[in-house]
Design a protein around this ligand. Structure first.
Ligand code: NAP
Length: 301
């Protein structure tokens, strides 16, 4: 990383991007990956600088990403923008969403923040109306917003259960319904919902969260069957343990124990999840619907 000075980078810049954006690309695109290899990054640089038509997979597509102000959602939004998509950063935290949208605009695509609580039908209707006014068709919906309220089942309060189900599962239902109204008219669209490995394995302390994420799988398969005839594809991505604010709160002891359960031996990154979402959003995945891509280092097979 240090070998690439700002002056060196500016010398090669042919598109108006800031050093911060590029520096973000350095770290987010695994320039220094877990094996210390640089090959992914060099390929990325070539693609980035040349900016040749055809090298980006989502050129002029419009994406609506929930919970995109930070963490995995932010990474998905940045990744989709690098692939040429315009992206709406729909999040309950409007200040962070605006900051993310500002960063994304530097990549030369259209991006804006929308304040949205995914458990509110009213917010969702308004958000999609703003989206279509500003961008037009909704090509991609990523249902990413999610929360946890962890505790053992016997201690779990009804409000902990309701909060998690309302945001993670009902939120996905409401956003998908609104997007499908528009996608069905367009006769095309991609819906990608972020589930979790715990939907398949269960996890002590996460009865509400595991149930919400398992529910997403049934919902995804049903959407896939009901709307395939309208050209809508619905898939899910099920991440394992990913390094974000959500997992940062865990103690080192718990993290070490978790790593032992992962055959690849490390936590994943937000970019690992982003790569799967971009693939499912792209034309490369047009014959894939009703599926789940597991991004978990092998902890569940
Ligand atoms: P995160 O860092 O907590 O980000 C989630 C974002 O969603 C935050 O900006 C949050 O805002 C926002 N949000 C919360 N409630 C919302 C609502 N009602 N409406 C709209 N936005 C809302 O989480 P993450 O780790 O990136 O996780 C993203 C998704 O991946 C989640 O669905 C999560 O369940 C799933 N996932 C994560 C992991 C992991 O290891 N991190 C593993 C498997 C699956 P506030 O910060 O203001 O609440």
């Amino acid at each position: 990383m240090k070998a690439f000075s700002k002056a060196w980078i500016n010398k090669f810049l042919i598109t108006p991007v800031s050093f911060n954006t590029l520096s973000d690309a350095f770290t987010s695109h695994r320039m220094i990956n877990k094996n210390g290899k640089y090959s992914d990054f060099l390929l990325y640089l070539l693609q980035y600088f040349l900016n040749v038509e055809g090298t980006v997979r989502l050129k002029d597509r419009n994406g609506f990403i929930t919970g995109a102000a930070q963490g995995i959602g932010r990474s998905i939004a940045m990744g989709m923008a690098r692939e040429g998509a315009n992206v709406a950063i729909a999040d309950i935290n409007i200040e962070s969403a605006e900051e993310t949208a500002r960063e994304i605009k530097k990549l030369g695509v259209n991006s804006f923040a929308i304040k949205l609580d995914v458990s509110s039908q009213e917010d969702i209707a308004k958000a999609f109306s703003t989206f279509t006014e500003k961008l037009g068709p909704v090509d991609i919906l990523v249902n990413n917003a999610g929360i946890t309220r962890d505790t053992l089942l016997m201690r779990m309060k009804e409000e902990d259960w309701d909060a998690v189900i309302n945001i993670n599962l009902k939120g996905t239902f409401l956003c998908s319904k609104e997007a499908i109204k528009l996608m069905a008219k367009q006769r095309q669209g991609k819906i990608i919902s972020i589930s979790s490995v715990v939907a398949f394995m269960g996890n002590p302390g996460q009865a509400n969260y595991s149930a919400s994420k398992a529910g997403l799988i049934g919902l995804t398969k049903t959407i896939a069957k009901e709307y395939a005839g309208r050209g809508i594809r619905a898939n899910a991505v099920a991440p394992g343990f990913i390094q974000t604010a959500m997992t940062e709160a865990l103690s080192d002891k718990v993290k070490d124990e978790m790593k032992k359960a992962i055959p690849l031996g490390t936590f994943g990154t937000a970019e690992d999840v982003t790569n799967a979402v971009i693939f499912l959003s792209s034309a490369e995945a047009d014959y894939i619907t009703g599926q789940v891509i597991h991004v978990n280092g092998g902890m569940y097979m």
